[in-house]
Ligand binder design. Structure first.
Ligand code: SAJ
Length: 415
């Protein structure tokens, strides 16, 4: 039986480690954060994802999955650490580098190293391969196997998509691709496609960049529609009836640690200027500022205005506020002298002051619906409207619907 170490017990590493353990491998989950390791060792999760607790407890109780601060010798090493964006829009590869340094000290001939973390093209070969060769003299493809196998799962549906999505594997050579495929095949029901390293690295980035550009187009269209006084959602609805058109939804900005980040990784190392990719990023980054301006204008007629933000996470049904445009809107409104209260029952562990539903709307002049969490469908808008000073809703996701809230006496504003 093969022993697999997964470095990084976050949104991708932990579910992947659980899947592998439940497929019969002996799995060691490694993380540098002592709190995470202690929590997992006490049988508790530090992240919330549907189905994750079930697969974790199964793997943990069967003792197939162990977690530790220390890496051990293994047959396979999978790197699932964060690759955040640094100042200057460059990939911060420090977590990848420190993970590889640990692997370099444990690796033996015949082992397999897999990178899953989204990275600029060339990272697997030029950073991972180089560190291991410099430290051990081992050459990838000759002494050990090396591959990139990007994660493609959607936060909020991670466990489902981990099993059902197709995957790409890019090996440094054919054998590396094939033995990587054999590992993932144990739990992936989707198809697995084999290619080379750099193609797989770039394909991963292309997926998220494509989505970012599509959303930027929807956002730009929303601004154009405002110029014409037309409802952008109607325009997109009709345009999408064409069999080869699929425009995504405009919104208050693109957040999260993937789509808002990966387009910059594509450009890194190319030196290209004036790209569609960069322009799209800027359009999306500008949306929270545009929304803040519009809100400020709406509430400017009230004395000491107060805005309640519903949903602070970067999108619906997740508790993750990384790169959330709601944070930008909150800061902008405060800068403009507007009082802000935040209601998000899904967000925990944050430095921001969150309020309960009633406190957040008490005496407020406008509700900004930022993330359309399913639980918000249960909100009693009659009760809410009774507590507000003025009834305005800015519905960035078309969540409540114009007719419903207008019937309750709200002024309805949207993208
Ligand atoms: N958004 C819009 N309009 C839309 C869709 C999304 O404004 O029509 C916004 C969301 O509100 C959010 C942001 O974009 O702020 C990103 O959300 P998302 O649901 O599009 O994507 P992520 O970042 O949660 O996950 C993406 C996924 N990539 C693609 O769909 C191509 C996922 O499959 C990847 O695995 C993930 O990035 C990743 O980890 O790379």
């Amino acid at each position: 039986m093969k022993k697999i170490s997964v470095l990084g017990m976050g949104y991708i590493g932990l579910p992947t480690a659980c899947m592998l353990a439940n497929s019969g491998f002996e799995v060691l989950g490694v993380d540098i954060n002592e709190d995470i390791i202690n929590k997992l060792n006490s049988g508790k999760l530090h992240i919330e994802e549907p189905e994750l607790e079930k697969i974790f407890l199964n793997a943990f109780k069967n003792k197939r999955l162990k977690v530790s601060l220390e890496l051990e010798k293994s047959d396979v090493f999978i790197i699932t650490v964060p690759t955040p964006l640094d100042h200057g829009n460059k990939a911060n590869l420090s977590y990848v580098i420190s993970a590889v340094n640990k692997i370099r000290d444990k690796i033996e001939k015949g082992n397999l190293v897999i990178l899953e973390s989204t990275s600029p093209p060339g990272t697997t070969r030029n950073i991972i391969g180089k560190i291991i060769t410099d430290g051990t003299g081992f050459v990838a493809g000759k002494d050990y196997y090396l591959a990139f196998c990007p994660e493609r799962v959607l936060p909020g549906k991670i466990v489902f998509e981990l099993v059902n999505n197709d995957r790409i594997v890019g090996g440094i050579d054919k054998k590396s691709s094939e033995i990587t495929e054999n590992i993932y095949k144990t739990f992936v029901k989707g198809k697995i496609f084999l290619t080379d390293l750099e193609t797989s690295e770039l394909a991963k980035l292309a997926e998220n960049t494509y989505r970012d550009i599509n959303i930027a187009f929807a956002n730009e269209l929303s601004l154009i529609c405002r110029d014409y006084g037309i409802d952008v959602r109607e325009v997109i609805k009709y345009a999408n009836m064409h069999p080869r058109v699929n425009i995504l939804n405009p919104g208050p900005g693109v957040g999260g640690h993937c789509i808002a980040v990966d387009p910059w990784f594509i450009l890194e190392n190319t030196g290209r200027k004036d790209t569609l990719i960069e322009k799209s990023r800027n359009i999306n980054n500008n949306m929270p500022f545009i929304i803040s301006e519009r809100i400020a204008e709406i509430v400017s007629r009230y004395k000491e205005p107060k805005v309640a933000i519903f949903g602070f996470s970067y999108k619906e049904d997740v508790g993750d506020i990384r790169e959330s445009p709601a944070v930008v809107i909150n800061n902008e409104l405060i800068k403009k002298g507007i009082k802000v209260s935040i209601y998000d029952p899904l967000v925990t562990n944050t430095k921001y002051n969150l309020s309960g539903l009633e406190d957040s709307v008490d005496g407020s002049d406008l509700i900004l619906l930022f993330s359309g969490h399913s639980v918000f469908k249960k909100i009693d808008l009659v009760l809410v409207s009774g507590l507000m000073r003025n009834r305005n809703i800015f519905d960035t996701r078309n969540f409540f619907g114009k007719k419903t809230v207008e019937k309750l006496g709200f002024n309805y504003h949207n993208i």
